[in-house]
Design a protein around this ligand. Structure first.
Ligand SMILES: [Zn+2]
Length: 196
């Protein structure tokens, strides 16, 4: 079984407020018993560690029959990604790029789009904002975050990765975690995902 995450990416966060907003979200999730306060380096893959599910997780998520408890998994952390974040593991489960202007669709191996898109990711992570990708079909230039992709690549200053948690929009939850994060931060969020 491969590992995956859902990520709640917080939009339009300035670099100088990402830390305080991250702290506010973690504090709220800990207070609500959804995550533990400690950071455990074993709970995420490739990052600095994450928060395991908290003491109230079984009262906010109802398992279906035959569904194992994700809170018993080794990799089950909530990872704070404070600073420029792109959903890089989205490429492993990616269905291509759709131009926001003309809706032309390009596969991942279409270099005329994939190359500038990859460059935009590199530029963003390096602190730049050279994000334009020209559509080979209609010649319109749009910033990479505005291209339609599934999963979305984020391009945000703050994200929370939920490693191996069930889909956050599942009916099995009796709380709406993305909405809670939007409420605590005062920003819109988008939910995306990636797989290793
Ligand atoms: Zn186009």
């Amino acid at each position: 079984m491969s590992d995956w995450y859902e990520a709640v990416a917080v939009r339009d966060v300035h670099a100088n407020e990402s830390q305080s907003l991250a702290d506010a979200v973690i504090s709220r999730l800990v207070t609500d018993g959804i995550i533990q306060s400690e950071i455990d380096s074993e709970t995420v893959l490739g990052g600095d560690g994450g928060h395991r599910p908290g003491p109230r997780i079984e009262s906010v998520y109802k398992r279906s029959e035959n569904e194992g408890p994700f809170w018993s998994l080794l990799t089950n952390g909530v990872e704070v990604c404070d600073g420029r974040w792109v959903n890089q593991f989205g490429f492993t489960c990616f269905d291509g790029f759709t131009c926001p202007a003309c809706s032309a669709h390009f596969q991942l191996d279409h270099d005329a789009v994939a190359d500038p898109f990859s460059k935009a990711i590199g530029s963003f992570l390096d602190g730049g904002n050279d994000l334009d990708v020209v559509c080979p079909s209609c010649n319109t230039s749009n910033a990479a975050p505005n291209w339609k992709t599934a999963p979305h690549f984020g391009f945000v200053n703050l994200a929370f990765q939920f490693w191996n948690w069930p889909p956050l929009n599942s009916d099995s939850w009796n709380i709406d975690i993305p909405a809670l994060i939007a409420s605590v931060t005062g920003h819109n969020v988008l939910v995306t995902y990636g797989r290793l």
